[in-house]
Design a protein around this ligand. Structure first.
Ligand SMILES: Nc1ncnc2c1ncn2[C@@H]1O[C@H](COP(=O)(O)OP(=O)(O)OP(=O)(O)O)[C@@H](O)[C@H]1O
Length: 281
């Protein structure tokens, strides 16, 4: 069997109380989830259910009160700053807002060179890598000399994706990466993420409140409700035959998914898992 890339076990996250709310607030109440290499797990649930908190805990940005997060067999629940920084070439993030996530005063070349040099890539080599990254996300190489404000929302999200890809991570936490984009741009960015995954084998933890998006991109879907995972399964199974009453309510009003896209994603996952099992044997 393929070993998970990421394992979250009985994770509890308490946010300390502030101001009028003196008591700590339990945002995650014992969540367990794993992600295989090259897999996309879509995390859905209503606002406030804890999706972003789970993504942030994986990135070391939310306090782990109890439980464990294991990456590639190593416990990463309580890393110090240096070890966490060292892990950034393995685990990356793409945030929701392409307007605030890029430094407005840096050129695209500077934005993409920063993680490369931090990851130890020599500056001579970085220039070529920046061109490669722009090519991977479908932007022309003359984008290098321009500033973020010269790009549309969809193009900025491509730049954020290029930055996340710079150090060839094995896992990217995508926190609502397309929800600030219009529908046709959403689809192009999702297809880009799928295409990158097919080429590089990167895994995604994909946080979204949008059920059409989760159906489009996920191999598996995990459903959160009030700080707990109430259902996890194949995208098809969870979206078409939800078991938990909350999931049933969540998906009842959602539009019908694209069956061709879904069956293609399922086949790809089976083939990838079979190949990985063959490699491991
Ligand atoms: N830094 C924080 N301090 C205190 N409480 C927080 C903090 N961040 C989140 N919370 C609370 O934790 C709960 C889960 O929040 P979280 O952002 O993880 O939910 P979500 O499912 O991602 O919601 P949304 O879809 O609206 O982004 C919410 O009740 C929220 O108010």
């Amino acid at each position: 069997m393929t070993a998970p890339l990421l394992e979250v076990e009985d994770l509890v996250v308490d946010y300390p109380g502030k101001g009028l709310r003196a008591e700590a607030f339990r945002a995650l109440k014992g969540v367990s989830l794993d992600i295989l290499p090259g897999e996309t797990v879509g995390l859905v649930g209503e606002s406030g259910s804890g999706k972003t908190t789970l993504g942030r805990a994986v990135l070391g940005l939310a306090p782990v009160t109890a439980g464990a997060i294991t990456y590639d067999g190593r416990d990463i629940s309580h890393l110090n700053r240096r070890d966490r920084r060292a892990l950034s070439d393995e685990i990356q993030v793409v945030f929701q807002d392409p307007y605030s996530s890029l430094n407005p005063s840096m050129t695209i070349e500077q934005i993409l060179t920063e993680p490369l040099t931090a990851g130890g890539v020599a500056s001579g080599e970085a220039k070529g890598r920046v061109r490669d990254l722009l090519d991977q996300v479908g932007l022309p190489s003359d984008a290098r000399t321009r500033l973020p404000r010269e790009f549309s929302g969809g193009q900025r999200q491509r730049i954020a994706i290029a930055r996340a890809l710079a150090l060839e991570p094995r896992l990217i936490v995508c926190d609502e990466p397309v929800s600030a984009l219009d529908l046709s741009t959403q689809k192009r960015v999702l297809d880009l993420l799928i295409d990158i995954q097919e080429r590089t084998g990167v895994a995604y933890l994909f946080v979204t409140h949008d059920l059409a998006v989760v159906r489009h991109i996920s191999h598996r879907v995990a459903v959160m409700y009030r700080g707990e995972l109430v259902e996890t399964g194949d995208g098809d199974q969870v979206t078409s035959r939800p078991q938990h009453p909350y999931t049933q309510r969540l998906f009842m009003a959602a539009p019908v998914p694209d069956p061709d896209r879904q069956s293609k994603r399922r086949e790809q996952r089976r083939a990838a898992l079979a190949a990985a099992a063959g490699d491991a044997a």
